[in-house]
Design a protein around this ligand. Structure first.
Ligand code: ADP
Ligand code: MG
Ligand code: ZN
Length: 515
């Protein structure tokens, strides 16, 4: 009885439920669609929403700043340049590795000129629905024009501005193409409407950009934002160290010296990490050891609680001692630190930092570098008469350097002035024959073998120093530059009479191997 009553009740309400349910579904669907379409996502950020970046805040990129200076001047006083009949700059492309300060520079230009700043990311123009990205670009430019003088910043422009693919693409590419086309239309539109809006775009890789973007009147001004040199690094460190108390032993000039190749973002990050390390240890200022630890974490990884057996520690100690000693003997940049405390993926490591920033390396220098890379393995062989699996990373790097020497730098054989010209293979867009490929393999193997032989001979001639280094490493786990120097000074150093294999010897060896 009861059962039928319920059934009847349910039956009577079915249609109503149905309608409500459908309405609900429709509502959710529209809501979902709306959010993917982007109504809820901000399309760009106006700088007034965030703290401005001042011109002085951007350090160590003076060349780029010089080039942007007149863009800022133009935005500030367009009349002055117009009176001279100058064509306004339209698009400026900042390119360079991530973290060098491209975003900062774009913001600083706007702040310097006292104009509005609109920032958007290239990827936000590539949406799921065709035409959406293009519409966003149109709106962004419209807003910027409305504010009179403005900087539009498009980060990661590669996302929209990459090479257009040939044939018919899927939805994604045609959406991207529409966005790119819209961007070109907007840039060209400046011609008719010389309002004072300048577009600054950033990219990590100009090679990937569509040529259409780089044509005159578009992003015709390209500014390289390179990692800072030593003075630049020091300036960046000083500016980011403001408000961070430094201990007396922390010398930022010295930090700048040993951070070759690091970008502004990495330096800022290391300082911050060091402050956290100091804080966690309950100190009130940041010491040299804190920053060194932060730099090591960035370069190698964090300390690991791996427990090695006694034998394994001995092997690691000799392996690292081999790297450090050969570096010293070959007169390369001296080792700064030797450690057998496992860190990141490494069981031990030797750190060194260049005496100078350098942009060129000679064949001999490269071969010396290869020899020190191989000296870890050479020490294992010399001491234990056995090789261990820990050297895989060294070997991979050796392979890379030697291959590059043979295939790209034309250094497969020594440059003998009346001998045959060295060979280099353009590896891009060039079909390489099997025979040539084999020659390259053979040449790079020969280079590596020669370097290994030298490393082995060096260690064998300086065995006492090698033993001493390993013993100290076992005892102290980490040796500083000063401690290393003290050990080196206690021994007479034996170099090798013959430095590098001569071209003729290498050629003979290669021939021998081929037969
Ligand atoms: P990019 O846009 O080139 O990837 P950013 O401008 O976003 O680099 O930099 C990220 C952060 O790194 C900045 O907020 C700043 O703290 C720091 N930084 C990077 N380059 C510099 C520089 N040249 N001077 C000062 N700080 C820098
Ligand atoms: Mg950036
Ligand atoms: Zn090694």
């Amino acid at each position: 009885m009861l059962a039928t009553e319920i059934q009847e009740f349910a039956f009577a309400w079915y249609p109503v439920f149905g309608v409500v349910f459908m309405a609900l579904l429709l509502f959710i669907f529209v809501k979902l669609l709306g959010s993917t379409i982007g109504k809820t996502k901000p399309e760009y950020v106006k700088a007034s929403d965030t703290a401005p970046v001042l011109w002085e805040d951007v350090q160590g990129v003076d060349a780029a700043k010089d080039e942007l200076m007149d863009v800022a001047a133009w935005l500030r006083e367009p009349e002055r340049f117009a009176a001279l009949g100058a064509r306004p700059p339209r698009g400026v492309l900042l390119y360079g590795p991530p973290g060098t300060g491209k975003t900062m520079l774009a913001r600083a230009v706007a702040a310097q000129a006292g104009v509005d700043f609109f920032a958007a990311s290239g990827s936000s123009f590539v949406e799921m629905f065709v035409g959406r990205g293009a519409a966003r670009i149109r709106r962004l430019f419209k807003e910027a024009r409305k504010s009179g003088r403005a900087v539009i910043f498009i980060d990661e422009i590669d996302a929209v501005g990459g090479h257009r693919s040939g044939g018919g693409g899927d939805g994604g590419t045609s959406e991207r193409e529409q966005a790119l086309n819209q961007l070109l239309v907007e840039l060209d539109g400046f011609e008719k409407d010389p309002g004072t809006v300048i577009v600054i775009a950033a990219s990590n890789n100009v090679d990937k950009l569509d040529e259409a973007l780089l044509r005159p009147g578009r992003f015709d001004r390209q500014v390289l934002v390179a990692p800072p040199d030593r003075d630049g690094r020091e300036a960046i460190l000083r500016s980011h160290a403001k408000g961070k108390p430094l201990a007396a032993d922390l010398d930022l000039t010295d930090v700048a010296r040993k951070t070759t190749g690091m970008t502004g973002a990495q330096l800022a990050n290391a300082l911050n990490e060091a402050a956290i390390i100091a804080g966690r240890a309950g100190r009130f200022s940041m010491a040299r050891a804190d920053l060194d630890e932060a730099l090591l974490r960035q370069a190698v990884g964090s300390q690991q609680a791996r427990r090695l057996s006694t034998k394994e520690r001995l092997i690691v100690a000799y392996h690292e001692a081999g790297h450090a000693l050969s570096r010293k003997l070959l007169g390369l940049d001296p080792p700064e630190i030797l450690s057998i405390v496992p860190r990141g993926p490494a069981l031990g490591f030797v750190g060194h930092s260049p005496r100078e920033d350098s942009y060129l390396k000679s064949r001999d220098e490269l071969l010396d570098e290869v020899a020190t890379l191989l000296a870890g393995r050479a020490a294992e062989e010399e001491v234990f008469g056995e090789s261990y699996s820990g050297a895989a990373d060294d070997l991979a790097r050796v392979h890379m350097v030697c291959r590059q020497m043979a295939a790209e730098f034309g250094m497969g054989v020594a440059l003998d002035h009346d001998g045959p010209p060295p060979i280099a293979l353009p590896t891009k867009d060039y079909a390489v024959s099997d025979a040539t490929r084999r020659d390259v393999d053979l040449a790079s193997m020969t280079l590596a073998r020669g370097a290994y032989r030298r490393a082995r001979a060096l260690l064998s001639a300086n065995r006492e120093c090698l033993d001493d280094l390993a013993a100290h490493a076992l005892e102290h786990e980490t040796l500083t530059r000063e401690e290393l120097d003290e050990i080196f000074a206690a021994h007479e150093m034996h170099g090798l009479a013959e430095t590098h294999g001569s071209g003729a010897a290498l050629v003979a060896m290669a021939r021998e191997r081929r037969e």
